[in-house]
Every structure is written in structure tokens, then in C-alpha cells.
Design a protein around this ligand. Structure first.
Ligand SMILES: Cc1cc2nc3c(=O)[nH]c(=O)nc-3n(C[C@H](O)[C@H](O)[C@H](O)COP(=O)(O)O)c2cc1C
Length: 226
């Protein structure tokens, strides 16, 4: 498909479908309302399905959609672990602090139900991969297992954590990790390119909504001469 407005020329004005704007002072919203605003406004978000292992050897896996790739040298990802209303530390963060390692597994269309199931508040002693019926696969360079059903897995070592907020509900810890090894389904990977039509990752939207990649188009960045 061509881009939505191929007739657009640099400098030409565009018309938006909206005529009115509501100002939102996030400081005046409750923490819950702020969270709802953020997850509704920043869409779609990719989902990191993060597997970790505790010092005692219990495997944990949970989805995180405040997630992105942030550097290619060193290859790095970041995701954010929020403090829940009861103030407890999520198992994923506790395990990463213990072992300094984690795996980011892709959340693909064929496995989204078990991915979301793993967001349940299971006890730390529960092996969530087993609980969801997912298959652990040994990692190459880190101790947490990969999720075999995921089309892609990135083995990561903790670079640093960054705390945001006062540690109360809604405050967060950013987990930055360096990818030390990766795996990708061969069918999705050709000549160094990942084919997103086969890869089929799911995006998280606001509320309980999710989206698949729909219509796509290509659009080149202009070459600006000096
Ligand atoms: C699709 C999806 C995305 C989520 N994203 C986040 C997130 O970015 N940060 C977060 O703290 N929790 C997020 N959650 C909630 C966690 O997955 C949930 O709190 C989970 O129980 C944490 O597991 P753990 O205690 O085993 O680490 C998300 C849940 C779902 C279903």
C-alpha cells in the first residue's frame, strides 16, 4: 500500500479530524487516572514477555508493555516495573536483582492468551511457565530459560536499574539490560531482516485491548542535501 497521503508535499498544510483540545494536568489526576491516560495515549506498545529465575531456581515469566529497544551499541532494551497498589516488589524485579539476568521473549499472536495469563498475581513459589503450559528452553548465555513458543528471545544481562518516584504505588523501576545473545525463528528471518508478517507480535492498547499489525506501508525519509 502507498502511504495514507502520497499527494502531501513539504510545507503543505494538513487537516486533522479534531477541532477542540482538552488540557490535562496529570498532577491533578489520581495515580490510577494517570496510569489510564498513559496506557491509552501511548499505543500500540510492544510487549516484553520477561522470563527470570530466582536464586532458589523458581522460573517466573510476566508481560511488560512499558518496553522498548533503546540502543544498538551496546544492544540494549528497557522495561519498566511498576509498584503495585499493595507496595510489594514484583517477582520479575526481585529475581533480576538476585541474578542480574533476564530474557525478553516476544509476545506473538499464537500465544497471547498464556502471555496475559502470566500477568496474574501468582505466588513467588509458582513456576509461571509451568502454570501457563509454556515450554522452557535453555538459554545460551544466561540462566533464566527462554519461552520456546516465542518467535524471538533476547538473553539479557542487567546494565542498571533506575528508580522513578518515591517507591509508592505507581512509581517504577526501569530495568535496562544488554542483549548478550538472541534467537529468532528461522522462518521469520531472511537475509538479516525480520519479516513482521510472519513474526506477528501483539501490541497492547489501553484498558484490556490488544491489536495485531494491520495494514502496512513503506515511506522513505528524505535525503536532504547540504
Ligand atoms: C499486556 C500486559 C502488559 C503489562 N505491562 C506492565 C508493565 O509495563 N509494567 C508493570 O509493572 N506491569 C505490567 N503488567 C502487569 C504485570 O505483568 C503483572 O503485575 C505481573 O503479575 C508481574 O509479574 P511478577 O510479579 O511475576 O513479576 C502488564 C500486564 C499485561 C497483561
Amino acid at each position: 500500500m502507498t502511504s495514507p497521503h502520497p499527494e502531501w508535499k513539504p510545507g503543505s498544510k494538513i487537516t486533522t479530524p479534531f477541532s477542540d483540545v482538552t488540557g490535562v494536568d496529570l498532577a491533578e489526576l489520581s495515580q490510577k487516572e494517570r496510569y489510564k491516560f498513559l496506557i491509552g495515549a501511548i499505543v500500540p506498545r510492544p510487549i516484553a514477555f520477561v522470563s527470570t529465575i530466582s536464586r532458589d531456581g523458581v522460573v517466573n515469566v510476566a508481560p511488560f508493555s512499558f518496553f522498548s529497544g533503546v540502543s544498538s551499541s551496546p544492544p540494549s532494551v528497557v522495561f519498566s516495573v511498576g509498584t503495585p497498589p499493595d507496595g510489594r516488589e514484583k517477582d520479575t524485579l526481585a529475581n533480576i536483582k538476585e541474578t542480574q539476568e533476564f530474557v525478553v521473549n516476544s509476545a506473538n499472536e499464537w500465544m497471547i492468551e498464556p502471555v496475559v495469563h502470566c500477568a496474574g498475581d501468582f505466588l513467588k513459589e509458582i513456576n509461571e511457565m509451568e502454570e501457563a503450559g509454556l515450554t522452557p528452553a535453555p538459554s545460551t548465555r544466561v540462566s533464566p530459560p527462554r519461552v520456546a513458543e516465542s518467535a524471538m528471545q533476547m538473553e539479557c544481562k542487567l546494565t542498571q536499574t533506575v528508580s522513578l518516584g518515591d517507591g509508592g504505588p505507581g512509581s517504577s523501576t526501569l530495568v535496562i539490560g544488554e542483549i548478550v545473545y538472541a534467537h529468532i525463528a528461522s522462518d521469520c528471518y531472511e537475509k538479516g531482516r525480520i519479516d513482521f508478517s510472519k513474526y506477528r507480535t501483539v501490541g497492547r492498547l489501553g484498558g484490556l485491548s490488544y491489536g495485531l499489525i494491520g495494514e502496512t506501508f513503506t515511506l522513505a525519509v528524505p535525503k536532504v542535501s547540504e
